[in-house]
Design a protein around this ligand. Structure first.
Ligand code: ATP
Ligand code: MG
Length: 232
């Protein structure tokens, strides 16, 4: 049994059919990337896993537990966390309050020191309000808020988007440390270099259909696939 098993997933916005029979598997300790063009259905896939969008049909099993018809808070309690494209932090609270609040209802929690070891910048900024953080710091905080709940799996939606290369470098390093510590990650990214540096396996989604699944190494060796599905 894989940690995450997704099968036959179909999601809609109103009458618009967006995801078509999406199938994915993620093993424990694995970093898997989901790639695709703008509008391909990457965020909708993550939202459907997390219950932000309720899939019309299909199965999402985490650790053998069926989640497909549940609400997001219930799915979070089962050990899944989604870090959205638009970082969601509380601007009026400071960094440390943001982290503590996120952890309050979690069955297991990371100690604050573990968060600060992963993101030393957040420790330096612990008393700064959310609104005073740079884009990179906000992203670190958004990830920290997910990690403090000690998730079985974390879904990252374009965590490096719009950030300066030096910040991306720091975040990639933090993600790699996380992966090495055994954190299971599903990563959606447009930054191909960062993705292939982190993920061992890749799915490509196109118009709501999974059109390719393979190792990251294989994808690097097949530029034709990248050209065909990603236009790079
Ligand atoms: N709330 C919504 N209501 C209606 N249609 C939506 C909604 N959100 C997304 N869509 C549509 O669903 C399709 C998939 O969107 P989605 O956001 O999943 O794509 P994406 O792969 O994440 O793209 P991007 O790279 O731009 O983030 C697109 O055609 C988009 O226009
Ligand atoms: Mg998206």
């Amino acid at each position: 049994m894989s940690l995450l098993e997704v099968s036959g997933l179909n999601s809609y916005y109103g009458d618009s059919h967006i995801l078509f029979d999406v199938e994915m598997r993620v093993e424990k300790n694995e970093v898997v990337a989901l790639l695709g063009r703008n509008g391909a259905g990457k965020s909708t896939t993550l939202k459907s896993l997390m219950g932000v969008v309720t899939p019309r049909t299909g199965s999402v099993k985490l650790d053998g537990v069926e989640l497909a018809s549940r609400k997001a808070h219930s799915i979070a309690r089962q050990g899944m966390q989604l870090v959205h494209e638009n970082r969601r932090i509380f601007g009026s609270l400071n960094v440390e309050e943001n982290i503590i609040l996120a952890g309050l209802t979690a069955p297991n929690r990371w100690p604050l020191e573990r968060i600060y070891t992963m993101f030393p910048r957040l420790k330096e900024r612990r008393t700064s309000r959310g609104t005073d953080l740079s884009g990179g710091e906000q992203q670190m905080l958004a990830i920290a808020r997910a990690l403090v709940r000690d998730p079985k799996i974390i879904l990252l939606d374009e965590p490096f988007e719009g950030l300066a290369p030096v910040i991306v470098h720091d975040l990639v390093r933090a993600c790699r440390d996380l992966a090495q510590a055994g954190q299971t990650i599903v990563l959606v990214e447009q930054n191909l270099a960062a993705t292939l540096a982190l993920a061992s396996r890749v799915y490509i989604i196109n118009n709501g259909h999974i059109v390719h699944e393979g190792s990251a190494a294989e994808l690097k060796a097949q530029p034709g696939l990248l050209q065909q599905y990603l236009g790079v």
